[in-house]
Design a protein around this ligand. Structure first.
Ligand SMILES: [Zn+2]
Ligand SMILES: [Zn+2]
Length: 128
């Protein structure tokens, strides 16, 4: 049983690691089901929760539903309002935070989590 759980989790993690679309649990479930036909959506959710607690994946709430990300180095996301795509944005050179100013206001910054909202290049050019 323990071994089976480990294998399921490993597969879920692999599926997530091999995509950059920041999928929903449903999408992951559809992929995992190709390998483990009797897996349930609940099992996928449970394993995603464990992976998140282990710090191996990130959960992104896009307002409607949770999306998941196996990329855990610090990066930002760009959410397209047209296709609902979520894209990775490398944080380098994108935002300069004025933490001195924030400290003056009494807020001491530990982290920054940014979601840009707009139209992606695919939707802009009609490539989708
Ligand atoms: Zn788009
Ligand atoms: Zn990401």
């Amino acid at each position: 049983m323990q071994r089976r759980n480990t294998n399921q989790r490993k597969l879920i993690y692999e599926v997530l690691k091999n995509t950059n679309i920041h999928p929903t649990a449903d999408w992951i479930y559809e992929q995992v089901r190709k390998e483990i036909s009797n897996i349930s959506l609940g099992t996928v959710y449970r394993n995603l929760k464990v992976l998140k607690e282990e710090g191996k994946i990130l959960e992104i709430n896009d307002g409607k539903q949770s999306r998941f990300d196996a990329r855990t180095d610090k990066h930002f996301h760009f959410k397209c309002t047209s296709c609902a795509g979520i894209y990775d944005i490398d944080k380098e050179g994108i935002i300069e935070i004025n933490d001195a100013k924030l400290a003056q206001m009494g807020y001491f910054v530990q982290d920054l989590d940014v979601v840009f909202v707009g139209i992606c290049y695919k939707c802009k050019t009609g490539e989708n």
